[in-house]
Ligand binder design. Sequence first.
Ligand code: PLP
Length: 408
Amino acid sequence: MTGAHEIGESVRRWRNDTPGCAGRIHLNNAGAALMPQPVIDAIKAHLELEISLGGYEAADSAQKEIVSTYESVAQLIGTHAGNIAVVENATVATAQALSSIPFEAGDIVLTTRQDYVSNQLMLLNLAKRLGIRIERADDLPDGGVDPDSVNSLIQNRRPKCVLMTWIPTNSGLVQNARAIGEICAGAEVPFILDACQAVGQLPVDVESLNCDFLAATARKFLRGPRGVGFLYVSDRMLKRGACPLFPDLHGAEWLGPDSYRPVENARCFENWEFAYALLLGLGAAARYTLDVGIDRGWKRSGYLAKTVREKLSELDGIRLLDRGQVQCAIVSAEIQGRDAGDIVKALQDRGINTSTIVREHAIIDMDEKSARTALRISPHYYNTTKEIDDCIAALTEVLTRCGEVGKG
Ligand SMILES: Cc1ncc(COP(=O)(O)O)c(C=O)c1O
């Protein structure tokens, strides 16, 4: 291959490692990325072991690999294996973290205007059940939470914790998590960070983020399997005896009829029952990401997203919705006069995976942008510029066919 679409040796290798690249153009990495072969192999090998040995016996025989999963995930985010709890997904990770905070009526949770829908629903339910109050910090004029607003709300309202989504599900915005972490640490307010769209996409270092909890999932930019995620818990929280509201026999020890003791590391946030095949897939995904190089992946996916934005901006009838000083590999665009779901379906029929954003998944942000639906295109480092061009050509064809837009 030569010319504009020439791909380098690394991209070729990453694509060869990814069977899913052969059949489709996958630009839905913010939904679930394509798994590379080592992840697929780790999952399959453990399922085979469960088939031949039995589930419990297979887990016993995979102890070394299980330990290494915790080490690899820890390495990816700059911590230790004892600070990692493996859970089903990012939602469970956030719920476990929130459940460890001893809320009382009148307590304030400080969040942002860009927080993930399920996190908002959890807070609304806590408000209903326990009478907590939700405060949302202001945004900066060009998007993303304003650290000064967080700072003054912390000083004036003394929240019980701060819950923030680093990268929202519905746009390319990257909020300034580091600045918020620094403010929280200074005021000794627990900081829960939803890093679901960040882990695997950009460098994550929990020390410099100053977060107390970090929630993530395997299937997105980390390229792991569906159905598994993890929660980081800081030493600060563990020393304070943080424990989820509903520990099980894996997370705590029953000492007597009326007493129990949580285990002393992040495992107290786990449950006993595990999809071990998926856990091992998570470990393989973390190692694969480390091997690719997170800085390298971040640079390339960012470049591809910028290319998508540039090309979309050349089309009539398309309104780019991404805001913020730092933007990531999630491109969001409203297609005027069209439901984005129809466009996603038409692209899918042409072998191209993208996804739909609906207002109900990000009410505050979408209402501010006056958008009901949007197209989400999320490339990753293993995508190519040719795939981007093919996607834009297909989109142009779909829109022209519908008579809505032509080339600008
Ligand atoms: C920002 C963000 N947070 C949390 C989640 C929830 O992740 P999970 O489905 O793994 O629970 C998502 C899923 O799209 C997300 O985009």
